[in-house]
Ligand binder design. Structure first.
Ligand code: SIN
Length: 280
């Protein structure tokens, strides 16, 4: 296995490994350590199927099988294999979406920070890539925290924030109407269990309120933090090629997506390793 760090604020390219072969525990430990070190790891030119991806995911930890909100209408074809889902703008023969999240641009976020135990690792395998857009961006939240101005650090350090996600929208949820919407209070800054480093754990898509402040008073503070954290100096933007498999450390990075059009097919196969309760 060859690890080549990216010329970017995070990330590495990993070659010399065929992910169709499920790693033994020693190799899995090595891969986990590389993901923790670089936060985002890209394995180009992989050709594995959903079963092999699931077996690989299991080798890194317990697979996340989500209980979705009761009123969530799941695109049937997206969850054929428990533990596997598709992120896609492709429609089925009835014109229905085949992907689990809305199309187009997505703002920066941490996966499932609106649940009690946010995901540890997210993985995406690229099956179809659009001609234009649909890039995924990851932001280095260690660096974002380390460089955050002191006055903003004071506003959030040691506090929790409310994270909310509404599957029906790519915008912020309606806070007046949170029934049946998933939400959780999480530390604004997490101490990463693997290395003890602090990382910013708030994001533009899902974080709505700082503990002890009203939503109105929280908003300008949070907006300043998001503006800081989303600066290009902390971000790596990935243009997908078919066969790319990417694993990221959900406690260390946020991710976002650039716009793409329906009709310009994009299809990624997603799996996740579940996480634990977070420590401030
Ligand atoms: C996501 O935000 O979870 C999906 C990322 C992507 O489609 O690039």
């Amino acid at each position: 296995m060859k690890v080549t760090p990216l010329d970017a604020p995070l990330g590495a390219r990993i070659t010399g490994i065929d992910l169709r072969e499920t790693p033994d525990e020693a190799l899995a430990a090595e891969i986990r350590a590389i993901v923790h070190e670089y936060s985002v790891t890209i394995f180009p030119d992989q050709t594995f199927n959903a079963k092999q991806q699931l077996a690989f995911t299991k080798s890194l930890g317990p697979v996340r099988k989500r209980k979705l909100p009761d009123d969530y209408v799941s695109p049937a074809s997206s969850y054929e294999t428990p533990g596997i889902a598709y992120v896609s703008n492709i429609r089925d023969e009835n014109g229905e979406p085949t992907g689990v999240i809305p199309d187009g641009e997505m703002w920066f976020h941490h996966d499932t920070c609106y649940t009690d135990e946010p995901d540890k690792f997210t993985m995406l395998y690229s099956i179809a890539v659009p001609k234009v857009g649909g890039n995924t961006m990851w932001g280095n939240m260690y660096q974002a925290w380390d460089t955050l101005p002191e006055d903003l650090k004071k506003e959030i350090h040691g506090k929790n924030a409310l994270n909310v996600y509404d599957y029906a929208t790519i915008d912020k949820p309606d806070l007046e109407n949170l029934e049946n919407i998933e939400k959780a209070w999480q530390p604004c800054v997490v101490t990463h269990p693997q290395n003890g480093r602090e990382a910013l754990f708030v994001n533009r898509l899902m974080t709505c309120q700082i503990e002890g402040l009203s939503v109105e008073d929280s908003s300008p503070i949070l907006d300043s933090i998001f503006d800081h954290a989303e600066q290009r100096q902390f971000v790596y933007e990935h243009q997908w090629s078919v066969g790319d498999f990417v694993i990221w450390d959900n406690l260390a990075v946020t991710h976002a997506r650039t716009h793409f059009e329906i009709g310009d097919d994009r299809r990624l196969r997603r799996s996740k390793v579940s996480g634990d309760k977070l420590v401030a």
